[in-house]
Design a binder for this molecule. Structure first.
Ligand SMILES: *Cc1c(COP(=O)(O)O)cnc(C)c1O
Length: 361
């Protein structure tokens, strides 16, 4: 605290990202990164962009990247916005489209960055409870609102609100923007991108950090009606016009041009997810039905905080949220098959020791 701080800074509770320990021999399953590297074509494109040309500013409109995304989804570039991470795109969205007189609505359990943005940008919000099975109750989003946002699949549950329920919400809620944060959408059965032509108030936000193995490059995007995109451009160009570096534009464009690598990568992660889910169930876990690249699970007898600690002592890092309704769960990112085998052995060991009364020895 300092007398030089603005009032808003003194009152902030910043988002706490999952830790990024600088150790090598860790099984790191805590921040939903992809266990496989990006496409070799991405790395080639970045190497090629690493040239004398870096002395010049990048294209502020990142047209090359917008075109690659528009081609991938069969859209127009006017329907595509790109930013320096989807967290940044979300920030612009809150400012440009979700700050109104009526409160913003989002689930009580969801990406914990949303309330942080509300505080920073002074946006009033109302949390709408998930159902008791942790699914998003879209039929409950009926209050007058200045906007609606949720992650689909949701975080940290991994659960997907079905297409029919989203469609009904969009048909009913036509006077404010509905934002679907699809950070994990590529691992799920459907994407709302196919609905943007039909609903001019739908904005879909995606990231290259998870399904495209590029968390380190920092690129995110939004897809929606050209007028929604224009609002985001106006905020972005009042804040950070050269948001994407030349390296980011080159790498991200190559990622969208290499469809085959992307599809194979996603398929591998899903296969490992399903095998891991069955293994956890055998170990006595209840696992929420995930359509993301992580699993949210609680054990029938072992408290989650203890599991988290015991895994840590074995150099395995998962995520634990000490928050109402979810403090009996651990969130496990899907890693390689080998990492999942290490996790499985460790959990088996921890649970067996505990069952035979050796927990405190
Ligand atoms: C990971 C994540 C993001 C942020 O992605 P970045 O592009 O890496 O900033 C946004 N929303 C949700 C729900 C996420 O899980």
């Amino acid at each position: 605290m300092s007398r030089f701080w603005s009032t808003i800074v003194s009152e902030l509770t910043p988002y706490t990202p999952g830790e990024q320990p600088q150790l090598n021999n860790l099984v790191k399953l805590n921040t939903n990164e992809n266990p496989y590297g990006p496409s070799p074509r991405v790395l080639d494109a970045i190497r090629e962009a690493a040239s004398d040309d870096l002395r010049k500013y990048p294209d502020p409109n990142a047209q090359q990247l917008k075109q690659a995304i528009a081609d991938f989804y069969q859209l127009h570039t006017e329907q595509v916005f790109v930013g320096n991470s989807s967290d940044e795109v979300l920030g612009h969205t809150f400012r440009a489209l979700l700050k109104h007189d009526q409160p913003l609505l989002f689930p009580d359990i969801t990406y914990s960055f949303y309330p942080v943005y509300c505080k920073l940008l002074e946006i009033d919000y109302q949390a709408v409870p998930l159902r008791s099975d942790f699914s998003i109750a879209l039929q409950d989003y009926r209050a007058d609102n200045g906007g609606i946002i949720f992650a689909n699949p949701n975080a940290p549950t991994g659960m997907l609100a079905p297409e029919q329920e989203l469609r009904k919400l969009l048909q009913r809620n036509t006077d404010s923007v509905v934002v679907v944060d699809e950070a994990y959408g590529d691992f799920a059965d459907f994407s709302a991108v196919s609905m943007v032509e039909e609903f001019p108030n739908l904005l879909v936000i995606q990231t290259l950090s998870k399904s495209r193995s590029l968390a380190g490059l920092r690129v995110g995007l939004a897809i929606g009606d050209a007028q929604l995109v224009e609002a985001l451009e106006r905020v972005k160009n009042s804040f950070h016009p050269y948001a994407l570096s030349k390296l980011a534009i080159a790498g991200a464009s190559a990622a969208f041009r290499d469809r085959l690598y992307f599809e194979e990568n996603v398929a591998k992660v899903i296969e490992t997810r399903e095998r891991t889910r069955r293994q956890l169930q055998h170990l006595g876990f209840e696992v929420l039905p995930s359509q993301a690249n992580f699993l949210f699970a609680r054990h029938s007898t072992e408290p989650a905080a203890g599991l988290y600690q015991s895994l840590r002592e074995r150099n395995i890092i998962v995520r634990y949220f000490d928050a109402p309704r979810v403090d009996q769960f651990i969130r496990i990112t899907i890693g390689t098959d080998q990492e999942m085998a290490v996790l499985h052995d460790a959990l088996q060991n921890i649970i067996n020791r505990s069952a035979s009364g050796h927990a405190n020895l």
